[in-house]
Design a protein around this ligand. Structure first.
Ligand SMILES: [Zn+2]
Length: 411
């Protein structure tokens, strides 16, 4: 049997603990722990060698090699007057013995955390990994499991035994138990919770995240209740595009993801939010891919705006009909003066699909603009000193000022 020849060759070259020997043949058999596999292999090697020895064959060298990592063989040799000292495992230095104790340390640190799923990660001494690779290479073993895999698996198994209501989730675990076998420390990482939803801004002077100027409050502040729901240390928001702080966000709202960092609870219910300024409608838990998708989507979204405009010159219905020329226009915009310091002179080209209007009084009119996401609406109206072309002010041959801006709908 090739397995036995290979195992004998392994023991002749290196003293190996039960786990490390068994692991070389991990892919053989089913439902047996490496430790048990290694023990069984050593028992068979022991029986074969002792029986050969009794038949008078010269297997002393093999017996001595095995004795370095096998107590019954040491005892047998002692009985025939050969003393052999036990040696540490060549690969792990006996580190594999009782790695389950780290599960116990982890349970201690997980106390008080309300979570559902976990994963185990580990850091192993570089030397150990090198020696494992050396043994696998020199014996041409193809049936092994990596030591890291065994460590993670065994600690995970022990954790499941101790925390029977939890489950392992390698892709999206609530918490990750990081075991450092170099320092002997266990660290629990609490992964963030991502909540997807949509928000509406019913009031003005509300920024997304940072307070500045005359801003009254922020969306981020309004959503702090989610941080508290999950007992998080902090929260951030990821929004699909943005509107000015003085623009309302109406219609069916704008998609966003709220990220709660380092939560203490993973099972709480997400409640919607509503006050006179902001509505937040949660959709469900989500992941990083959704955040990426959200940011990409903002570039191609079609948006419908309402703008209330003040005109310096009095206007008549006929003047406004000139605006039909803007339906289907391709608009070129250089970075607006108001944000120029953030992004130096960059050119942006966006489509305006439809423009509609309503004269409110000789100096005030309402404008509806359906356009590609990313168009600077205020600049499209007042022209930004010619930095946006074509623009509404130029077409009407007057100075214009934006009084109100609302996002009515994001398609
Ligand atoms: Zn070992």
């Amino acid at each position: 049997m090739e397995l036995i020849f290979k195992a004998l060759e392994a023991v002749r070259r290196y003293p190996l603990c039960d786990s490390c020997l068994g692991r070389l043949f991990a892919l053989m058999g089913y439902g047996i722990e490496n430790r048990e596999r290694g023990q069984a292999i050593k028992t068979i090697l022991h029986m074969a060698a002792v029986s050969d020895y009794r038949k008078g064959k010269d297997v002393t060298a093999d017996l001595i090699a095995l004795a370095k990592c096998h107590l019954p063989t040491r005892r047998f040799l002692a009985g025939v007057g050969i003393r052999v000292d036990e040696e540490k495992c060549y690969i792990c230095g006996d580190l594999m013995e009782g790695v389950e104790k780290y599960a116990e340390m982890a349970v201690e640190q997980l106390r008080g955390l309300d979570f559902v799923s976990f994963a185990v990660g580990s850091t192993l001494p570089e030397e150990l990994l090198e020696k494992e690779a050396e043994v696998v290479r020199s014996l041409l073993v193809t049936t092994g499991e990596s030591v890291k895999h065994e460590v993670n698996r065994r600690i995970g198994k022990e954790l499941l035994r101790r925390l029977s209501d939890k489950r392992v989730d390698k892709l999206r675990p609530n918490v990750v138990v990081n075991v450092d076998l170099v320092s002997g420390q266990v660290k629990v990482v609490r992964n963030p919770i991502l909540i997807g939803g949509r928000y509406l801004k019913l009031g003005r002077k509300i920024a997304q995240a940072k307070r500045f100027g005359n801003v009254r409050t922020t969306l981020l502040e309004k959503l702090a209740y989610l941080r508290d729901t999950f007992g998080g240390e902090d929260h951030v928001i990821h929004v699909s595009g943005r509107e000015d702080s003085d623009a309302r966000m109406l219609g069916s709202g704008r998609p966003l993801v709220v990220e709660v960092k380092q939560p203490l609870r993973y099972t709480a219910q997400v409640a919607p939010f509503r006050d006179k300024d902001v509505i937040f409608l949660p959709v469900g838990f989500t992941d990083r891919n959704e955040v990426r998708r959200l940011k990409e989507k903002a570039k191609t979204d079609i948006k419908l705006y309402r703008v209330l405009v003040l005109s310096e010159s009095p206007l008549k219905q006929d003047d406004l009909s000139k605006l039909s020329a803007l339906s289907g226009a391709t608009v070129t915009q250089y970075t607006p003066r108001r944000i120029k310091r953030l992004h130096p002179r960059k050119k942006r080209v966006r489509m305006v699909y439809d423009v509609a209007w309503r004269l409110v009084s000789p100096h005030v009119f309402e404008l509806y603009i359906r356009c590609q996401g990313g168009l600077y609406i205020k600049e499209f109206v007042h022209g930004d000193g010619g930095r946006t072309a074509p623009n509404v002010a130029e077409l009407l041959n007057t100075r214009l000022e934006v009084l109100e801006l609302d996002v009515l709908y994001i398609e």
